[in-house]
Every structure is written in C-alpha cells, then in structure tokens.
Design a protein around this ligand. Structure first.
Ligand code: RTP
Ligand code: MG
Length: 141
C-alpha cells in the first residue's frame, strides 16, 4: 500500500475536552506519523472555504458555526494507507453509530460535535493539506 498523507482536524469539542494528546497517541500507536501541526481558531471565511464541498448541504451553516466556536488542532498524518487508516480510527460520522474503541465513539457527543475531521480520498487530502500547510512546513520522515 502506498504512503499517503491525510489532513486531520481535532474539532473544537475535543480540544475543549483536553484530549489532543489522547487522540495523537491513537494516531502514533497505529502507525501514523504527525508530520505537520498547528493550532488555529478558524475565521468564518477559512471554515467556509475548507468545507466548500458541503456548501449546498442543509447542515453547512451549523457545521461552520461549530468549527469556529473555539480553537482546533490541525495536523497532517503520514503513513501506509493513511487516509483509510485515519477514517477507521475516527469511526462513523455519527458517534452513536461509531464502532467501540474509535475516536468518535470515545470522545464525540453528537453528529455535529464529532471530535475529528479526516480527509476521505487522495484528491481531497491533497487539497486539504495544501489549504492549511505550505509544502515547506510538512516534515516527511
Ligand atoms: P469529516 O468531513 O468532518 O471528517 O466527517 P465525515 O467525512 O464523516 O462527514 P461529512 O459527510 O464529510 O460531513 C462533514 C461534517 O458535517 C457534519 N454533518 N452533519 N447533521 C447532519 O446530517 C450532518 N452530516 C454531516 C458532521 O460534523 C461531519 O463531520
Ligand atoms: Mg468528510
């Protein structure tokens, strides 16, 4: 399987719960390397730009409102099959449907406050990584 990069965001609910380290530990213990990271408090324009693919969806405004409600931790995860591996660690979008032991099952409260974002395909991952990190700030190793 190819080495990939995935964009990951620890959302405001999980940052507020003080579980950044616990979530990072899951990435690291499952073979994902953190090769870039930054804490940000997104502006409305930044959040809307990031979620532009969802612009027409009914939940778009709630999603943006939530994503700007507090600081987020943004990181690039690198490893074999990193995109699928991260999605597996995250669990289903709705934490009530997420498998036991996944990040969302353990740390998320609702489909809106669902702890993490993860890229869903190589094409979107490349766009999302570039959205937050210039290539010179990604430390592949
Ligand atoms: P994410 O993009 O955050 O990693 O989550 P995802 O792929 O599992 O879900 P996606 O379909 O991309 O939706 C993005 C985020 O929008 C919120 N959402 N709310 N109320 C709803 O029906 C609904 N559907 C999606 C979730 O917070 C989801 O993470
Ligand atoms: Mg998504």
């Amino acid at each position: 399987m190819a080495v990939e990069r995935a964009l990951s965001i620890i959302k405001p609910d999980a940052v507020a719960k003080n579980v950044i380290g616990k979530i990072y530990s899951r990435f690291e213990s499952n073979g994902l390397k953190i090769v870039a990271s930054r804490m940000m408090h997104l502006s409305r324009a930044e959040a809307e730009g990031f979620y532009a693919v969802h612009r027409e969806r009914p939940f778009f405004k709630d999603l943006v409102d939530f994503m700007i409600s507090g600081p987020v931790m943004v990181q690039v995860l690198e490893g074999e099959g990193a995109i699928a591996k991260n999605r597996e660690l995250m669990g289903a979008t709705d934490p009530k449907k997420a498998e036991k032991g996944t990040i969302r099952a353990d740390f998320a409260d609702s489909i809106d406050a669902n702890a993490v974002h993860g890229s869903d395909a190589p094409e979107t991952a490349a766009i999302e990584v570039a959205y937050f990190f210039p290539a010179m700030n990604v430390y592949s190793r």
